[in-house]
Ligand binder design. Structure first.
Ligand code: ZN
Length: 242
């Protein structure tokens, strides 16, 4: 099956529109999967929900989706994230709130697992950035491919008979005999020092993965964040991709 995997849009309509133009011109995809955090931080949460629903075959919940609708505790959020979650919850329609509340934490197809944070206790919103945390998820995976979001850092962990490697190449042919945890990066708030929108295409039969980066109108997204009265740091960080 051919997948387009998007994650962590975070209400950034300009970044998402750039990715959507690419998806619409790419005819090979069988399934579009969104790994959560459609909202939070950016100025256009409602529009991003509508567009995500229009294009996605599978959508799972992120911590910011649940935070905006009171379904996860925001006491652990930093002050900026907390302010953005409260602002987002205040402007969503009831229909959008009910939609976000209904999202599942995990999902799977015949050949791939999908989760926002980690398969191990997904509602604890753990970050899969270390070999140790990746190993915990490798041990409970029932399929050999897992896609995760949450950290906003595109990367791949590979498990070859218990030996775990970190791969940062943007284009990989996955080994038939290894297991993989793949993060496609963030559409709307990249944090790997590259400000371009990030997402992935994956062919599960050819076991081919490519992380794609696209430019978008960062200044427009920044102006909307400031005009909305959201914390200015949320606009500034988009310039630096961090
Ligand atoms: Zn996120």
């Amino acid at each position: 099956m051919k997948y387009v995997i998007i994650s962590d849009i975070h209400g950034n309509l300009e970044a998402f529109q750039s990715v959507l133009s690419w998806i619409h011109s790419y005819e090979e995809n069988d399934k579009v999967v969104c790994l959560g955090d459609i909202v939070g931080y950016g100025a256009d949460p409602g529009e991003c929900i509508e567009l995500t629903r229009g294009i996605s075959d599978i959508i799972i919940a992120g911590n910011h989706d649940f935070a905006a609708v009171g379904k996860t505790d925001i006491d652990f959020f930093n002050p900026v994230a907390k302010e953005a979650a409260i602002w987002t919850g205040g402007i969503l329609s009831n229909e959008h709130i009910n939609f976000l509340k209904s999202l599942p934490l995990v999902c799977e197809t015949s050949d791939v697992h999908f989760v926002h944070s980690s398969l191990y206790n997904p509602d604890e919103w753990r970050y899969l950035l270390s070999l140790h945390n990746a190993q915990i998820d490798f041990q409970i995976m029932k399929k050999d491919i897992l896609f995760v979001g949450h950290s906003h850092i595109p990367l791949v962990f590979e498990d070859r008979n218990g030996k775990i490697n970190l791969i940062t190449d943007p284009e990989i042919n996955l080994d038939q005999n290894a297991k993989y945890i793949i993060n496609p990066g963030s559409v709307g708030q990249p944090r790997d020092h590259d400000p371009r929108a990030s997402f992935a295409v994956f062919d599960s039969e050819d076991r081919y993965l490519k992380i794609i980066r696209l430019d978008y109108n960062i200044q427009k997204a920044q102006m909307k964040i400031k005009a909305a009265g959201l914390p200015e740091i949320l606009a500034e960080r988009l310039s630096y991709g961090r």
